[in-house]
Design a binder for this molecule. Structure first.
Ligand code: RTP
Ligand code: MG
Length: 141
């Protein structure tokens, strides 16, 4: 299976809940390596740019308002089948529909405050990783 990279964000609700370490443990236990990481309080422009694919959607303003409501932790993860593996760990977008034992089922409160973001495909992973990390700040082992 291919070694992939994906972009993960621990959103403001999960940072505020003090569960960064618990979420990192789930990545590590699933064989995903953290190869870059930073904490950042996104500006509106940065959040809008990151979620630009959703700018015409009805939930766009709520999404941006939420993403700038507090600091986030952003990381690039690397491992076998990393994109899908990470999405599986996250669970469904709406925590009410997320499978038991997933990050969103365990830590998220609503479809807006849903704890984590993960890239959804190889091409978006590449764009999203470069949005936050220059190549020099990625430490693949
Ligand atoms: P993410 O991009 O954050 O990893 O989440 P996702 O792929 O599971 O969901 P996506 O469709 O990409 O939507 C991005 C974020 O927008 C919010 N959303 N709200 N009210 C709604 O119907 C709705 N749909 C999406 C969620 O917070 C979602 O994470
Ligand atoms: Mg998405």
């Amino acid at each position: 299976m291919a070694i992939e990279r994906t972009l993960s964000i621990i959103k403001p609700d999960a940072v505020a809940k003090n569960v960064i370490g618990q979420i990192y443990s789930r990545f590590e236990n699933a064989g995903l390596k953290i190869i870059a990481a930073r904490m950042i309080h996104l500006s509106r422009a940065e959040a809008e740019g990151f979620y630009a694919v959703h700018r015409e959607r009805p939930f766009f303003k709520d999404l941006v308002d939420f993403m700038v409501s507090g600091p986030v932790i952003v990381q690039a993860l690397e491992g076998e089948n990393a994109i899908l593996k990470h999405r599986d760990l996250m669970g469904a977008t709406d925590p009410k529909k997320a499978e038991k034992g997933t990050i969103r089922a365990d830590f998220a409160d609503s479809i807006d405050a849903n704890a984590v973001h993960g890239s959804d495909a190889a091409e978006t992973a590449k764009v999203e990783i470069s949005y936050f990390f220059p190549a020099l700040n990625i430490y693949s082992r």
